[in-house]
Design a protein around this ligand. Structure first.
Ligand code: UDP
Length: 322
């Protein structure tokens, strides 16, 4: 299949592009490089440095049959301070993309959504029919696109799948020895920052909150390997059906606390992680765990890689790129 990947120069987009290519698909990557890196676009993909809102004049020439849409802003804290940027890029940009797809008769899309759409869900594990109550403009922008996809599916026959990710980690090393991993200029995520702290190249890791109502007082999250996540995207392309929008959570179905993650980082790196206990980070719910029953039923998808594998692969990536 010939697939357009928006945001294919970013973390998850580059891994999915590499995965698609390795399975024999053709890939056209569009990325404005506002946060992505040109050298993260896998060789073999056709690359265009463009905004997703500017595709209309060129999309017809590319012959794509389906789209996987990652291009978005993704910093939760920044979204609370500057919501306009999130509504403009993530929502207005995506609506422009959807209208270009309509204009060119492309009727299949897999969308990079997020567990942030659920907010502080009381129900754990979280099913796809749980109430949505995002606590940030990032979460609101992902939910807004999910709602738009449902409307476009109903009215225009679009086949759409929203994949709601929980906590993604790890990296891909291809058989040619290339690495694709997390390389954000502003890094807020636990595992890459803990690896930096363990390697002595960064500051002590702020541990946000030790008084949560969880077994060890730190937040519990559902971690999923980016390679498992990539498989779910490729499987979704084959499942997206005209006129139907489906939402699918992607997680392992179980959780690990921040302290458990830090113990795994210590075991993998052989170094202590210097930690500075800090107040809770605003908006962090105590526990977020996915129900992955629908992913199994609809996509035939199951996670295969452990937290230990995520940390090992992220560590290999860290060492290969620093
Ligand atoms: N966290 C932390 N220190 C950091 C980054 C994250 O204690 O430097 C905690 C954060 O409060 C949350 C968990 O680690 O409880 C996972 O955070 P991350 O930003 O990786 O993902 P999120 O769950 O916010 O999407």
């Amino acid at each position: 299949m010939r697939v357009l990947v928006t945001g294919g120069a970013g973390y998850i987009g580059s891994v999915v592009t590499a995965q698609l290519l390795s399975e024999g698909h053709q890939v056209v990557v569009v990325d404005d490089l506002s946060t992505g890196h040109a050298d993260a676009v896998p060789p073999g993909a056709e690359f265009h440095q463009l905004d997703v809102a500017a595709l209309d004049p060129v999309l017809g020439d590319w012959g794509v049959e389906a789209v996987i849409h990652f291009a978005a802003k993704s910093l939760v804290g920044e979204s609370v301070a500057e919501p306009a940027r999130y509504w403009r890029t993530n929502v207005v940009g995506t609506v422009a993309l959807l209208d270009s797809l309509r204009a060119h008769g492309i009727d299949r899309i897999v969308f990079s959504s997020s567990a942030a759409t659920y907010g502080q869900s009381k129900e754990q594990p979280i099913r796809e029919d749980a109430p949505t109550a995002p606590t940030s403009a990032y979460g609101s922008s992902k939910l807004a696109v999910d709602l738009a996809l449902a409307d476009y599916a109903r009215a225009y026959g679009l086949g759409a799948i929203s994949l709601r990710y929980f906590n993604v980690a790890g990296a891909l090393r291809t058989s040619e020895g290339r690495y694709y991993g997390e390389r954000h200029t502003t890094e807020t995520h636990l595992i890459p920052n803990a690896l930096r702290a363990a390697s002595g190249t960064g500051e002590a890791l702020p541990l946000f909150g030790t008084d949560y109502p969880t077994p060890d007082g730190t937040c519990v999250r559902d971690y999923i390997h980016v390679v498992d996540l990539a498989h779910a995207h490729v499987q979704s392309l084959g499942v997206a059906a005209p006129g139907i929008h489906q939402i699918v959570n992607l997680g392992s179905g179980s959780g690990n606390s921040v302290r458990e993650v830090l113990r795994t980082v210590r075991a993998v790196t052989g170094s202590d992680v210097p930690v500075a206990e800090a107040p809770r980070r605003p908006g962090d719910p105590p526990v977020l765990i996915a129900s992955n029953d629908r992913a199994a039923d609809l996509l035939g998808w199951r996670p295969t890689l452990s937290l230990r594998a995520m940390v090992e692969d992220a560590w290999e990536f860290h060492n290969a790129t620093n």
